[in-house]
Design a binder for this molecule. Structure first.
Ligand SMILES: Nc1ncnc2c1ncn2[C@@H]1O[C@H](COP(=O)(O)OP(=O)(O)OP(=O)(O)O)[C@@H](O)[C@H]1O
Length: 586
Protein backbone atom coordinates (compact mmCIF):
# COMPACT_ATOMS: atom_id res chain seq x y z
CA UNK A 1 0.00 0.00 0.00
CA UNK A 2 1.36 3.48 -0.81
CA UNK A 3 1.57 6.12 1.88
CA UNK A 4 -1.29 8.17 0.37
CA UNK A 5 -3.51 5.08 0.67
CA UNK A 6 -2.41 4.61 4.28
CA UNK A 7 -3.08 8.26 5.04
CA UNK A 8 -6.59 8.16 3.56
CA UNK A 9 -7.40 5.04 5.56
CA UNK A 10 -6.27 6.87 8.67
CA UNK A 11 -8.46 9.81 7.67
CA UNK A 12 -11.45 7.43 7.53
CA UNK A 13 -10.87 6.57 11.18
CA UNK A 14 -10.73 10.28 11.99
CA UNK A 15 -13.95 10.77 10.01
CA UNK A 16 -15.76 8.71 12.68
CA UNK A 17 -15.23 11.59 15.09
CA UNK A 18 -16.31 14.54 12.99
CA UNK A 19 -17.67 16.47 15.99
CA UNK A 20 -14.45 16.05 17.90
CA UNK A 21 -12.36 17.23 14.99
CA UNK A 22 -14.83 20.10 14.36
CA UNK A 23 -14.21 21.12 17.98
CA UNK A 24 -10.47 20.87 17.41
CA UNK A 25 -10.71 23.03 14.28
CA UNK A 26 -12.67 25.65 16.23
CA UNK A 27 -10.08 25.71 19.04
CA UNK A 28 -7.36 25.89 16.40
CA UNK A 29 -9.00 28.89 14.69
CA UNK A 30 -9.59 30.65 18.01
CA UNK A 31 -5.99 30.03 19.04
CA UNK A 32 -4.78 31.50 15.72
CA UNK A 33 -6.90 34.60 16.32
CA UNK A 34 -5.51 34.83 19.86
CA UNK A 35 -1.93 34.44 18.61
CA UNK A 36 -2.43 37.26 16.13
CA UNK A 37 -4.12 39.45 18.71
CA UNK A 38 -1.02 39.13 20.91
CA UNK A 39 0.94 40.84 18.10
CA UNK A 40 -1.75 43.46 17.79
CA UNK A 41 -1.77 43.94 21.60
CA UNK A 42 2.01 44.42 21.60
CA UNK A 43 1.73 47.16 19.00
CA UNK A 44 -1.03 48.84 21.05
CA UNK A 45 1.12 48.89 24.22
CA UNK A 46 4.25 50.03 22.40
CA UNK A 47 2.48 52.82 20.54
CA UNK A 48 0.71 53.96 23.75
CA UNK A 49 4.09 53.98 25.51
CA UNK A 50 5.83 55.89 22.71
CA UNK A 51 2.95 58.41 22.59
CA UNK A 52 2.90 58.62 26.45
CA UNK A 53 -0.84 57.72 26.61
CA UNK A 54 -0.80 56.67 30.30
CA UNK A 55 -4.62 56.84 30.62
CA UNK A 56 -4.95 53.86 28.27
CA UNK A 57 -3.23 51.52 30.75
CA UNK A 58 -6.31 50.27 32.71
CA UNK A 59 -8.01 49.14 29.51
CA UNK A 60 -4.74 47.63 28.24
CA UNK A 61 -4.34 45.68 31.50
CA UNK A 62 -7.92 44.41 31.24
CA UNK A 63 -7.34 43.36 27.65
CA UNK A 64 -4.11 41.57 28.62
CA UNK A 65 -5.81 39.63 31.44
CA UNK A 66 -8.74 38.74 29.15
CA UNK A 67 -6.36 37.43 26.50
CA UNK A 68 -4.39 35.42 29.04
CA UNK A 69 -7.56 33.72 30.33
CA UNK A 70 -8.71 32.95 26.78
CA UNK A 71 -5.29 31.56 25.81
CA UNK A 72 -5.23 29.30 28.89
CA UNK A 73 -8.77 28.04 28.27
CA UNK A 74 -8.06 27.32 24.63
CA UNK A 75 -4.81 25.53 25.51
CA UNK A 76 -6.78 23.31 27.91
CA UNK A 77 -9.52 22.43 25.41
CA UNK A 78 -7.02 21.97 22.61
CA UNK A 79 -4.92 19.47 24.60
CA UNK A 80 -8.00 17.68 25.96
CA UNK A 81 -9.67 17.28 22.57
CA UNK A 82 -6.47 16.17 20.85
CA UNK A 83 -5.89 13.59 23.54
CA UNK A 84 -9.47 12.39 23.27
CA UNK A 85 -9.32 12.09 19.47
CA UNK A 86 -6.03 10.27 19.63
CA UNK A 87 -7.24 7.82 22.31
CA UNK A 88 -10.47 7.08 20.46
CA UNK A 89 -8.67 6.37 17.19
CA UNK A 90 -6.08 4.22 18.93
CA UNK A 91 -8.87 2.29 20.58
CA UNK A 92 -10.75 1.80 17.29
CA UNK A 93 -7.65 0.66 15.46
CA UNK A 94 -6.69 -1.66 18.33
CA UNK A 95 -10.12 -3.25 18.27
CA UNK A 96 -10.19 -3.58 14.49
CA UNK A 97 -6.72 -5.16 14.60
CA UNK A 98 -7.91 -7.60 17.26
CA UNK A 99 -11.08 -8.49 15.39
CA UNK A 100 -9.00 -9.18 12.30
CA UNK A 101 -6.33 -11.04 14.27
CA UNK A 102 -9.03 -13.36 15.61
CA UNK A 103 -10.16 -14.12 12.07
CA UNK A 104 -6.70 -14.63 10.58
CA UNK A 105 -6.11 -18.10 9.18
CA UNK A 106 -3.71 -20.46 10.90
CA UNK A 107 -1.24 -19.92 8.04
CA UNK A 108 -0.74 -16.31 9.22
CA UNK A 109 0.21 -17.46 12.71
CA UNK A 110 2.50 -20.11 11.27
CA UNK A 111 4.30 -17.49 9.19
CA UNK A 112 4.47 -14.61 11.68
CA UNK A 113 5.79 -14.39 15.18
CA UNK A 114 3.16 -13.36 17.71
CA UNK A 115 5.68 -10.90 19.20
CA UNK A 116 5.70 -9.01 15.90
CA UNK A 117 1.91 -8.96 15.98
CA UNK A 118 2.08 -7.63 19.55
CA UNK A 119 4.36 -4.78 18.44
CA UNK A 120 1.71 -3.79 15.91
CA UNK A 121 -0.84 -3.64 18.74
CA UNK A 122 1.46 -1.52 20.93
CA UNK A 123 4.27 0.65 19.53
CA UNK A 124 2.77 0.99 16.02
CA UNK A 125 -0.62 1.80 17.51
CA UNK A 126 0.94 4.46 19.73
CA UNK A 127 2.68 6.15 16.79
CA UNK A 128 -0.60 6.24 14.87
CA UNK A 129 -2.43 7.73 17.88
CA UNK A 130 0.16 10.49 18.20
CA UNK A 131 -0.24 11.32 14.51
CA UNK A 132 -4.02 11.50 14.62
CA UNK A 133 -3.99 14.00 17.50
CA UNK A 134 -1.02 16.29 17.98
CA UNK A 135 0.76 15.86 14.67
CA UNK A 136 -2.15 16.23 12.27
CA UNK A 137 -3.53 19.26 14.11
CA UNK A 138 -0.11 20.93 14.15
CA UNK A 139 0.27 20.16 10.45
CA UNK A 140 -3.06 21.93 9.87
CA UNK A 141 -2.52 24.81 12.27
CA UNK A 142 1.02 25.76 11.37
CA UNK A 143 0.51 26.62 7.68
CA UNK A 144 -2.76 28.41 8.53
CA UNK A 145 -1.13 30.43 11.30
CA UNK A 146 1.76 31.26 8.95
CA UNK A 147 -0.70 32.37 6.25
CA UNK A 148 -2.68 34.58 8.65
CA UNK A 149 0.53 36.04 10.05
CA UNK A 150 1.68 36.73 6.49
CA UNK A 151 -1.56 38.56 5.61
CA UNK A 152 -1.23 40.61 8.80
CA UNK A 153 2.42 41.31 7.96
CA UNK A 154 1.39 42.43 4.47
CA UNK A 155 -0.98 44.96 6.04
CA UNK A 156 1.88 46.32 8.18
CA UNK A 157 4.69 46.46 5.62
CA UNK A 158 4.42 44.45 2.40
CA UNK A 159 8.11 44.49 1.24
CA UNK A 160 9.17 43.13 4.64
CA UNK A 161 6.38 40.55 4.53
CA UNK A 162 7.55 39.29 1.13
CA UNK A 163 11.15 38.90 2.35
CA UNK A 164 9.93 36.95 5.38
CA UNK A 165 7.70 34.59 3.39
CA UNK A 166 10.68 33.51 1.25
CA UNK A 167 11.44 31.14 4.12
CA UNK A 168 8.41 29.01 3.22
CA UNK A 169 9.59 27.09 0.14
CA UNK A 170 12.99 26.45 1.74
CA UNK A 171 11.38 24.96 4.84
CA UNK A 172 8.95 22.85 2.82
CA UNK A 173 11.87 21.47 0.81
CA UNK A 174 13.78 20.67 4.01
CA UNK A 175 10.64 19.07 5.48
CA UNK A 176 10.14 16.81 2.47
CA UNK A 177 13.78 15.76 2.31
CA UNK A 178 14.13 14.95 6.00
CA UNK A 179 10.59 13.54 6.24
CA UNK A 180 11.23 10.89 3.60
CA UNK A 181 14.44 9.74 5.29
CA UNK A 182 12.61 9.64 8.64
CA UNK A 183 9.83 7.53 7.13
CA UNK A 184 12.31 4.90 5.98
CA UNK A 185 14.03 4.94 9.35
CA UNK A 186 10.59 4.74 10.98
CA UNK A 187 9.76 1.55 9.10
CA UNK A 188 13.13 0.06 10.09
CA UNK A 189 12.58 1.04 13.71
CA UNK A 190 9.10 -0.50 13.89
CA UNK A 191 10.39 -3.71 12.30
CA UNK A 192 13.27 -3.86 14.78
CA UNK A 193 10.75 -3.30 17.61
CA UNK A 194 8.69 -6.19 16.25
CA UNK A 195 11.73 -8.49 16.16
CA UNK A 196 12.76 -7.48 19.67
CA UNK A 197 9.26 -8.03 21.08
CA UNK A 198 9.19 -11.47 19.44
CA UNK A 199 12.56 -12.33 20.97
CA UNK A 200 11.49 -11.10 24.41
CA UNK A 201 8.27 -13.03 24.21
CA UNK A 202 10.14 -16.24 23.39
CA UNK A 203 12.75 -15.80 26.09
CA UNK A 204 10.66 -14.46 28.95
CA UNK A 205 8.07 -17.17 28.36
CA UNK A 206 10.74 -19.89 28.61
CA UNK A 207 12.56 -19.04 31.83
CA UNK A 208 12.97 -22.70 32.80
CA UNK A 209 14.66 -23.50 29.50
CA UNK A 210 17.31 -20.79 29.70
CA UNK A 211 17.96 -21.45 33.39
CA UNK A 212 18.47 -25.19 32.92
CA UNK A 213 20.52 -24.93 29.74
CA UNK A 214 22.54 -22.01 31.14
CA UNK A 215 21.60 -19.77 28.22
CA UNK A 216 21.56 -16.52 30.23
CA UNK A 217 24.78 -15.14 28.78
CA UNK A 218 23.91 -16.10 25.22
CA UNK A 219 20.46 -14.53 25.58
CA UNK A 220 21.88 -11.39 27.17
CA UNK A 221 24.27 -11.05 24.21
CA UNK A 222 21.47 -11.62 21.71
CA UNK A 223 19.32 -9.05 23.46
CA UNK A 224 22.22 -6.60 23.43
CA UNK A 225 22.26 -6.93 19.66
CA UNK A 226 18.50 -6.38 19.35
CA UNK A 227 18.66 -3.45 21.71
CA UNK A 228 21.72 -1.99 19.94
CA UNK A 229 19.92 -2.22 16.62
CA UNK A 230 17.04 -0.15 18.05
CA UNK A 231 19.49 2.33 19.61
CA UNK A 232 21.39 2.55 16.33
CA UNK A 233 18.25 3.41 14.35
CA UNK A 234 17.09 5.84 17.04
CA UNK A 235 20.54 7.43 17.07
CA UNK A 236 20.49 7.94 13.33
CA UNK A 237 16.91 9.25 13.63
CA UNK A 238 18.26 11.67 16.26
CA UNK A 239 20.97 12.79 13.83
CA UNK A 240 18.42 13.39 11.09
CA UNK A 241 16.10 15.15 13.52
CA UNK A 242 19.08 17.24 14.69
CA UNK A 243 20.04 18.09 11.10
CA UNK A 244 16.40 18.94 10.30
CA UNK A 245 16.19 21.21 13.35
CA UNK A 246 19.52 22.84 12.67
CA UNK A 247 18.69 23.52 9.00
CA UNK A 248 15.25 24.85 9.84
CA UNK A 249 16.54 26.96 12.74
CA UNK A 250 19.36 28.28 10.53
CA UNK A 251 16.93 29.33 7.79
CA UNK A 252 14.55 30.78 10.40
CA UNK A 253 17.24 32.77 12.21
CA UNK A 254 18.66 34.10 8.99
CA UNK A 255 15.23 35.28 7.85
CA UNK A 256 14.63 36.75 11.29
CA UNK A 257 17.87 38.72 11.35
CA UNK A 258 17.39 40.06 7.83
CA UNK A 259 13.82 41.09 8.61
CA UNK A 260 14.74 42.80 11.90
CA UNK A 261 17.63 44.67 10.30
CA UNK A 262 15.31 45.88 7.56
CA UNK A 263 12.48 46.70 10.02
CA UNK A 264 14.92 48.71 12.18
CA UNK A 265 16.12 50.48 9.07
CA UNK A 266 12.52 51.40 8.09
CA UNK A 267 11.80 52.65 11.65
CA UNK A 268 14.95 54.77 11.51
CA UNK A 269 13.79 56.16 8.17
CA UNK A 270 10.36 56.91 9.70
CA UNK A 271 8.34 54.67 7.36
CA UNK A 272 7.40 52.20 10.16
CA UNK A 273 6.07 52.84 13.69
CA UNK A 274 7.94 51.29 16.67
CA UNK A 275 4.69 49.52 17.70
CA UNK A 276 4.33 48.13 14.19
CA UNK A 277 7.92 46.86 14.35
CA UNK A 278 7.22 45.02 17.62
CA UNK A 279 4.03 43.55 16.15
CA UNK A 280 6.08 42.60 13.12
CA UNK A 281 8.66 40.78 15.25
CA UNK A 282 5.92 38.88 17.08
CA UNK A 283 4.20 38.02 13.81
CA UNK A 284 7.48 36.79 12.41
CA UNK A 285 7.55 34.24 15.21
CA UNK A 286 4.18 32.98 14.00
CA UNK A 287 5.47 32.81 10.47
CA UNK A 288 8.91 31.37 11.16
CA UNK A 289 8.11 28.95 13.99
CA UNK A 290 5.44 27.01 12.09
CA UNK A 291 7.76 26.65 9.15
CA UNK A 292 10.70 25.59 11.29
CA UNK A 293 8.51 22.99 13.06
CA UNK A 294 7.41 21.61 9.71
CA UNK A 295 10.32 19.19 9.03
CA UNK A 296 10.03 17.43 12.39
CA UNK A 297 6.21 17.34 12.23
CA UNK A 298 6.39 15.90 8.76
CA UNK A 299 8.84 13.25 9.84
CA UNK A 300 6.60 12.41 12.85
CA UNK A 301 3.74 11.93 10.41
CA UNK A 302 5.86 9.72 8.18
CA UNK A 303 6.84 7.56 11.14
CA UNK A 304 3.19 7.23 12.13
CA UNK A 305 2.28 6.27 8.57
CA UNK A 306 4.94 3.56 8.71
CA UNK A 307 3.24 2.22 11.86
CA UNK A 308 -0.20 2.48 10.26
CA UNK A 309 1.06 0.59 7.23
CA UNK A 310 2.17 -2.30 9.44
CA UNK A 311 -1.21 -2.36 11.18
CA UNK A 312 -3.12 -2.29 7.89
CA UNK A 313 -0.98 -5.21 6.65
CA UNK A 314 -2.58 -7.30 9.40
CA UNK A 315 -6.05 -5.93 8.72
CA UNK A 316 -5.66 -6.60 4.98
CA UNK A 317 -4.45 -10.19 5.33
CA UNK A 318 -7.21 -12.45 3.91
CA UNK A 319 -9.30 -13.65 6.81
CA UNK A 320 -11.20 -16.85 7.46
CA UNK A 321 -14.55 -15.30 8.34
CA UNK A 322 -16.20 -12.15 7.07
CA UNK A 323 -17.87 -11.57 10.43
CA UNK A 324 -16.46 -12.29 13.87
CA UNK A 325 -18.07 -15.66 14.74
CA UNK A 326 -20.61 -15.70 17.54
CA UNK A 327 -20.15 -17.94 20.54
CA UNK A 328 -19.97 -21.44 19.10
CA UNK A 329 -22.18 -24.35 20.06
CA UNK A 330 -21.03 -27.89 19.45
CA UNK A 331 -23.06 -29.96 17.01
CA UNK A 332 -25.36 -32.56 18.50
CA UNK A 333 -24.46 -35.46 16.25
CA UNK A 334 -22.99 -36.64 12.99
CA UNK A 335 -22.98 -39.81 10.93
CA UNK A 336 -19.96 -39.94 8.66
CA UNK A 337 -16.66 -38.21 8.04
CA UNK A 338 -15.21 -38.84 4.58
CA UNK A 339 -11.64 -37.93 3.66
CA UNK A 340 -11.21 -38.38 -0.11
CA UNK A 341 -7.97 -38.10 -2.10
CA UNK A 342 -6.63 -35.40 0.20
CA UNK A 343 -3.31 -33.83 -0.71
CA UNK A 344 -1.83 -30.87 1.10
CA UNK A 345 1.11 -28.51 0.80
CA UNK A 346 1.96 -25.71 3.26
CA UNK A 347 3.33 -23.72 0.32
CA UNK A 348 0.33 -24.31 -1.98
CA UNK A 349 2.70 -25.95 -4.47
CA UNK A 350 1.83 -29.46 -5.59
CA UNK A 351 5.56 -30.25 -5.72
CA UNK A 352 5.75 -29.72 -1.99
CA UNK A 353 3.01 -32.04 -0.74
CA UNK A 354 3.22 -33.16 2.91
CA UNK A 355 0.02 -35.22 2.47
CA UNK A 356 -0.70 -37.29 -0.61
CA UNK A 357 -3.87 -39.05 -1.66
CA UNK A 358 -5.14 -39.67 1.88
CA UNK A 359 -8.52 -41.38 1.97
CA UNK A 360 -10.56 -42.98 4.74
CA UNK A 361 -14.06 -43.03 6.26
CA UNK A 362 -15.05 -42.63 9.88
CA UNK A 363 -18.51 -43.56 11.09
CA UNK A 364 -20.26 -42.30 14.21
CA UNK A 365 -19.03 -43.94 17.40
CA UNK A 366 -15.83 -45.35 15.91
CA UNK A 367 -12.34 -44.88 17.33
CA UNK A 368 -9.68 -44.32 14.70
CA UNK A 369 -5.99 -44.35 15.58
CA UNK A 370 -3.40 -42.62 13.45
CA UNK A 371 0.13 -43.92 13.88
CA UNK A 372 3.38 -43.66 11.97
CA UNK A 373 6.86 -42.23 11.91
CA UNK A 374 7.70 -38.70 13.00
CA UNK A 375 7.00 -36.08 10.33
CA UNK A 376 4.62 -38.47 8.56
CA UNK A 377 1.80 -35.90 8.47
CA UNK A 378 -0.42 -36.95 11.40
CA UNK A 379 -0.72 -33.48 12.96
CA UNK A 380 -1.14 -31.91 9.53
CA UNK A 381 -4.07 -34.23 8.89
CA UNK A 382 -5.62 -33.03 12.18
CA UNK A 383 -5.14 -29.39 11.11
CA UNK A 384 -7.03 -30.14 7.89
CA UNK A 385 -9.78 -31.98 9.76
CA UNK A 386 -10.24 -28.98 12.07
CA UNK A 387 -10.50 -26.66 9.08
CA UNK A 388 -7.31 -24.77 9.98
CA UNK A 389 -5.99 -25.35 6.47
CA UNK A 390 -7.78 -26.16 3.22
CA UNK A 391 -6.71 -29.34 1.38
CA UNK A 392 -4.67 -28.55 -1.74
CA UNK A 393 -6.41 -31.45 -3.48
CA UNK A 394 -9.34 -33.70 -2.56
CA UNK A 395 -12.17 -33.14 -0.08
CA UNK A 396 -13.14 -33.60 3.56
CA UNK A 397 -16.87 -34.03 4.03
CA UNK A 398 -19.10 -34.41 7.05
CA UNK A 399 -22.39 -36.11 6.30
CA UNK A 400 -21.86 -35.48 2.59
CA UNK A 401 -21.11 -31.74 2.87
CA UNK A 402 -17.71 -30.09 2.77
CA UNK A 403 -16.38 -27.24 4.91
CA UNK A 404 -17.53 -24.60 2.46
CA UNK A 405 -21.07 -25.91 2.20
CA UNK A 406 -21.38 -26.23 5.98
CA UNK A 407 -19.73 -22.91 6.81
CA UNK A 408 -16.43 -22.76 8.68
CA UNK A 409 -17.75 -21.96 12.17
CA UNK A 410 -20.42 -24.60 11.99
CA UNK A 411 -17.94 -27.08 10.56
CA UNK A 412 -15.60 -26.56 13.51
CA UNK A 413 -18.50 -27.14 15.88
CA UNK A 414 -18.27 -30.85 15.04
CA UNK A 415 -14.87 -31.04 16.71
CA UNK A 416 -13.26 -30.91 20.09
CA UNK A 417 -9.52 -31.20 20.69
CA UNK A 418 -7.24 -32.39 23.48
CA UNK A 419 -3.70 -31.70 22.27
CA UNK A 420 -0.36 -33.04 23.45
CA UNK A 421 0.11 -30.17 25.86
CA UNK A 422 -3.08 -28.34 26.50
CA UNK A 423 -3.26 -24.60 26.14
CA UNK A 424 -5.04 -22.88 28.98
CA UNK A 425 -5.69 -19.17 29.28
CA UNK A 426 -4.51 -17.04 32.17
CA UNK A 427 -7.44 -16.88 34.58
CA UNK A 428 -9.24 -19.20 36.99
CA UNK A 429 -9.87 -22.92 36.67
CA UNK A 430 -13.58 -22.14 36.35
CA UNK A 431 -12.95 -19.72 33.41
CA UNK A 432 -10.94 -22.36 31.59
CA UNK A 433 -13.42 -25.20 32.05
CA UNK A 434 -16.33 -22.95 31.13
CA UNK A 435 -14.60 -22.05 27.83
CA UNK A 436 -15.93 -25.44 26.69
CA UNK A 437 -19.49 -24.11 26.97
CA UNK A 438 -20.08 -20.81 28.77
CA UNK A 439 -23.82 -21.40 29.08
CA UNK A 440 -23.75 -24.49 31.35
CA UNK A 441 -24.80 -24.47 35.00
CA UNK A 442 -22.54 -24.86 38.02
CA UNK A 443 -23.56 -28.51 38.54
CA UNK A 444 -22.67 -29.40 34.94
CA UNK A 445 -19.28 -27.74 35.35
CA UNK A 446 -18.62 -29.67 38.55
CA UNK A 447 -19.79 -32.91 36.91
CA UNK A 448 -17.38 -32.32 34.02
CA UNK A 449 -14.52 -31.74 36.48
CA UNK A 450 -15.40 -34.98 38.26
CA UNK A 451 -15.62 -36.93 35.02
CA UNK A 452 -12.20 -35.55 34.02
CA UNK A 453 -10.69 -36.77 37.34
CA UNK A 454 -9.94 -33.13 38.12
CA UNK A 455 -12.43 -32.42 40.92
CA UNK A 456 -10.35 -33.83 43.79
CA UNK A 457 -7.21 -31.89 43.00
CA UNK A 458 -9.22 -28.71 42.34
CA UNK A 459 -10.87 -29.02 45.76
CA UNK A 460 -7.47 -29.31 47.43
CA UNK A 461 -6.39 -25.95 45.97
CA UNK A 462 -6.93 -23.01 48.37
CA UNK A 463 -9.42 -21.26 46.09
CA UNK A 464 -10.95 -24.32 44.43
CA UNK A 465 -12.48 -23.47 41.06
CA UNK A 466 -11.53 -19.82 41.60
CA UNK A 467 -7.81 -20.63 41.71
CA UNK A 468 -5.75 -18.46 39.36
CA UNK A 469 -3.69 -20.86 37.26
CA UNK A 470 -0.95 -18.41 36.16
CA UNK A 471 0.29 -17.69 32.66
CA UNK A 472 -1.02 -20.50 30.42
CA UNK A 473 -1.55 -22.65 33.50
CA UNK A 474 2.04 -22.39 34.76
CA UNK A 475 0.91 -23.08 38.36
CA UNK A 476 -0.52 -26.48 37.43
CA UNK A 477 1.23 -29.77 36.66
CA UNK A 478 1.12 -31.22 33.14
CA UNK A 479 -1.43 -33.86 34.17
CA UNK A 480 -3.60 -31.28 35.95
CA UNK A 481 -3.60 -29.07 32.88
CA UNK A 482 -4.63 -32.03 30.72
CA UNK A 483 -7.48 -32.86 33.08
CA UNK A 484 -8.75 -29.25 33.00
CA UNK A 485 -8.58 -29.44 29.19
CA UNK A 486 -10.53 -32.70 29.26
CA UNK A 487 -13.20 -31.13 31.51
CA UNK A 488 -13.39 -28.28 28.98
CA UNK A 489 -13.78 -30.80 26.13
CA UNK A 490 -16.49 -32.64 28.11
CA UNK A 491 -18.51 -29.44 28.38
CA UNK A 492 -18.02 -28.73 24.70
CA UNK A 493 -19.64 -32.10 23.98
CA UNK A 494 -18.74 -32.10 20.27
CA UNK A 495 -19.44 -35.37 18.39
CA UNK A 496 -15.90 -35.78 17.02
CA UNK A 497 -13.04 -35.87 19.45
CA UNK A 498 -9.47 -35.27 18.28
CA UNK A 499 -6.80 -36.51 20.69
CA UNK A 500 -3.29 -35.54 19.71
CA UNK A 501 -1.04 -37.76 21.84
CA UNK A 502 -2.83 -36.34 24.86
CA UNK A 503 -0.91 -38.39 27.40
CA UNK A 504 2.52 -38.50 25.77
CA UNK A 505 3.99 -35.69 27.88
CA UNK A 506 2.98 -37.31 31.20
CA UNK A 507 4.59 -39.72 33.63
CA UNK A 508 3.06 -43.18 34.19
CA UNK A 509 0.87 -42.31 37.18
CA UNK A 510 -0.41 -39.10 35.67
CA UNK A 511 -0.94 -40.86 32.34
CA UNK A 512 -3.15 -43.44 34.03
CA UNK A 513 -5.40 -40.80 35.59
CA UNK A 514 -5.61 -38.76 32.39
CA UNK A 515 -6.16 -41.86 30.24
CA UNK A 516 -9.03 -42.82 32.53
CA UNK A 517 -10.53 -39.34 32.09
CA UNK A 518 -10.09 -39.60 28.32
CA UNK A 519 -11.81 -42.98 28.24
CA UNK A 520 -14.82 -41.41 29.98
CA UNK A 521 -14.70 -38.48 27.56
CA UNK A 522 -14.69 -40.86 24.57
CA UNK A 523 -17.94 -42.57 25.58
CA UNK A 524 -20.54 -41.96 22.89
CA UNK A 525 -18.11 -39.97 20.75
CA UNK A 526 -16.33 -40.56 17.49
CA UNK A 527 -12.64 -40.35 18.27
CA UNK A 528 -9.57 -39.83 16.14
CA UNK A 529 -6.43 -40.30 18.13
CA UNK A 530 -2.80 -39.72 17.17
CA UNK A 531 -0.72 -42.19 19.13
CA UNK A 532 2.98 -42.93 19.39
CA UNK A 533 2.52 -45.75 21.89
CA UNK A 534 1.03 -48.54 19.79
CA UNK A 535 0.00 -50.42 22.92
CA UNK A 536 -2.69 -47.77 23.50
CA UNK A 537 -4.46 -48.22 20.16
CA UNK A 538 -5.07 -51.94 20.02
CA UNK A 539 -8.82 -51.56 20.57
CA UNK A 540 -9.29 -48.97 17.83
CA UNK A 541 -11.86 -49.81 15.15
CA UNK A 542 -9.40 -48.72 12.49
CA UNK A 543 -5.70 -47.94 12.56
CA UNK A 544 -4.23 -45.66 9.88
CA UNK A 545 -0.49 -45.94 9.35
CA UNK A 546 1.03 -42.76 7.88
CA UNK A 547 4.47 -42.37 6.39
CA UNK A 548 5.85 -39.51 4.32
CA UNK A 549 2.39 -38.01 3.97
CA UNK A 550 0.76 -41.18 2.70
CA UNK A 551 -1.55 -43.75 4.21
CA UNK A 552 0.59 -46.82 3.78
CA UNK A 553 -1.68 -49.25 5.66
CA UNK A 554 -5.07 -49.36 7.32
CA UNK A 555 -6.97 -51.97 9.27
CA UNK A 556 -7.54 -53.32 12.76
CA UNK A 557 -4.65 -54.14 15.09
CA UNK A 558 -5.00 -57.88 14.52
CA UNK A 559 -5.38 -57.59 10.76
CA UNK A 560 -2.36 -55.29 10.47
CA UNK A 561 -0.21 -57.58 12.60
CA UNK A 562 -1.24 -60.53 10.45
CA UNK A 563 -0.47 -58.63 7.28
CA UNK A 564 3.15 -58.34 8.46
CA UNK A 565 3.67 -54.91 6.91
CA UNK A 566 4.76 -51.51 8.23
CA UNK A 567 2.54 -51.64 11.33
CA UNK A 568 3.91 -55.09 12.18
CA UNK A 569 7.48 -53.74 12.01
CA UNK A 570 6.64 -50.61 14.01
CA UNK A 571 4.77 -52.63 16.64
CA UNK A 572 7.54 -55.16 17.16
CA UNK A 573 10.33 -52.60 17.27
CA UNK A 574 8.35 -50.71 19.92
CA UNK A 575 7.73 -53.90 21.91
CA UNK A 576 11.47 -54.63 21.87
CA UNK A 577 12.27 -51.13 23.11
CA UNK A 578 9.68 -51.43 25.89
CA UNK A 579 11.13 -54.78 26.98
CA UNK A 580 14.68 -53.38 26.98
CA UNK A 581 13.65 -50.41 29.12
CA UNK A 582 11.82 -52.76 31.48
CA UNK A 583 15.00 -54.88 31.88
CA UNK A 584 17.03 -51.72 32.52
CA UNK A 585 14.53 -50.51 35.14
CA UNK A 586 14.75 -53.90 36.96
N1 LIG B 1 3.40 -24.92 9.61
C1 LIG B 1 4.18 -25.67 8.81
N2 LIG B 1 4.76 -25.11 7.72
C2 LIG B 1 5.50 -25.84 6.88
N3 LIG B 1 5.74 -27.16 7.04
C3 LIG B 1 5.20 -27.78 8.09
C4 LIG B 1 4.41 -27.06 9.04
N4 LIG B 1 4.00 -27.94 10.00
C5 LIG B 1 4.54 -29.15 9.66
N5 LIG B 1 5.24 -29.05 8.53
C6 LIG B 1 5.93 -30.16 7.82
O1 LIG B 1 4.94 -31.12 7.45
C7 LIG B 1 5.44 -32.42 7.59
C8 LIG B 1 4.47 -33.24 8.45
O2 LIG B 1 4.51 -32.71 9.76
P1 LIG B 1 3.49 -33.18 10.89
O3 LIG B 1 3.67 -32.31 12.07
O4 LIG B 1 2.13 -33.27 10.31
O5 LIG B 1 4.02 -34.64 11.20
P2 LIG B 1 3.64 -35.64 12.37
O6 LIG B 1 3.38 -36.95 11.75
O7 LIG B 1 2.55 -35.07 13.21
O8 LIG B 1 5.01 -35.67 13.19
P3 LIG B 1 5.24 -35.97 14.75
O9 LIG B 1 4.77 -37.36 15.01
O10 LIG B 1 6.73 -35.84 14.88
O11 LIG B 1 4.49 -34.92 15.52
C9 LIG B 1 6.82 -32.32 8.19
O12 LIG B 1 7.76 -32.47 7.14
C10 LIG B 1 6.87 -30.90 8.75
O13 LIG B 1 8.18 -30.38 8.64
Amino acid sequence: MNKEGTFFRLLKYMGRYKLLYAGLIITMLVSIVLDLSVAWFLSLITNAAVKLEVDRWPILILMGVGMLICISLIAYFDTYLKQKASLKIRNDIRQDTMEHALRLPQSYYDQHHTGDLLARFTSDNQAVGEASGNVIMALLKNPLLALCAFIYLLSIHWPLALITISIGPLMILAGKTFGEVMRKKGIRLQEAMGRTTSFLQDVLGASILYKIFGLEKKIANQYRQYSSEISEIERSQGKIQGAANSVSQGIANLTFIIAILLAGFFVAKGSLEVGAMLAFIQLMNYLVNPFSALPSLWSGMQQALAGAERIFQVIDFPKEYTELPQESHAKASFSELAVSNVGFSYTDSVDDLVLRDVRFHVYAGQTIAIVGTSGGGKSTLFKLLMGLYIPTTGTIEIDGRDREAIGLREYRNYFSLVPQESVLFTGTIRDNIMDGNPSVHEEQMIAAAKQANAYDFIMKLPDGFETEIGERGSRLSGGQKQRIAIARAILRDAPILLLDEATSALDNESERVVQDALTKLMVGKTTLVIAHRLSTVQNADLILVMENGQLVEKGTHDALLLAGGRYHTLYHSQMEKDEQSLVLEI
